[in-house]
Design a protein around this ligand. Structure first.
Ligand code: NI
Ligand code: MN
Length: 241
């Protein structure tokens, strides 16, 4: 045994490893499964991942925008991964040969990798095609993921809404991933209010610095939160629960 610390500090068993990969990409490893949320990798200026070799058993999507669906079809096909999203988005992706499970806001389902519950998000969720059409892909969502007694909330893209208080009351959130980029979602000040309402033990900023309109200083956001609550993760950094 190396240093003395490991002799005196009793180490809890790690049941979940959660890593941030730039923009809104979050990877959860638990129960031997890898779950990717919003795997936008190709064109993501902040990610440390390569779309060609990323592994996933499951992909969870918050909404149909390109900076969230990203490389989903390619990753899902290569890994035989299940894609879980709102009904319309799941249906649209199933037409591209991906195995999907469609759900909707307020609904929860227990899968073998954990429980997924979709929450509301105030945003939009259309897919803009190259030939100037917009395909309706259902409502945008946030995602509550629970496994091994730990709950992760990924807010997706959203403005601040007061029912975040309800989400916080109804769920014991261990880690919340909140957008801070402004322009398209909450900015840092609104996200700090969201953090308070959600009552999450740890809050990690997402959806910033990928493109000029969402340039933000994540440490300034962290400074708006009570000490110890906020943590800006660099792409590739992880938290163990
Ligand atoms: Ni969006
Ligand atoms: Mn977005």
């Amino acid at each position: 045994m190396g240093g003395g610390e490991s002799c005196v500090v009793e180490r809890r068993d790690v049941t979940m490893k959660i890593s941030y990969h730039g923009h809104s990409v979050v990877r959860i490893e638990t129960n031997g499964k890898t779950i990717l949320i919003d795997p936008f990798i190709t064109g993501n200026t902040t990610t440390d991942l390569n779309a060609a070799d990323v592994k996933a058993d499951v992909i969870l999507l918050t909404h149909g925008h390109g900076d969230h669906v990203g490389d989903t079809v390619e990753i899902a096909k290569r890994n035989n991964a299940l894609v879980v999203a709102t009904f319309e988005l799941a249906t649209y992706l199933s037409w591209q040969g991906v195995e999907t499970f469609g759900m909707n806001i307020g609904g929860a389902r227990e899968f073998d990798f954990g429980t997924v519950k979709f929450t509301q998000a105030f945003h939009s969720s259309g897919f803009v095609t190259d030939d100037k059409q917009i395909i309706y892909l259902g409502m945008p969502t946030g995602i509550l993921f629970t496994a091994e007694g730990k709950t992760i909330y990924h807010a997706g893209d959203t403005g601040l809404f007061s029912d975040m208080k309800l989400i916080g009351e109804r769920h014991n959130i261990d880690v919340a991933f909140l957008p801070i980029g402004d322009s398209f979602t909450m900015g840092p000040e609104d996200a700090a209010v969201a953090a308070e309402w959600l009552g999450a033990k740890l809050v990690v900023p997402i959806h910033y610095n990928t493109f000029p309109p969402i340039a933000q200083d994540p440490e300034r956001f962290v400074s708006l939160l009570p000490p110890g609550v906020g943590r800006a993760l660099k792409p590739g950094e992880s938290i163990e629960l």
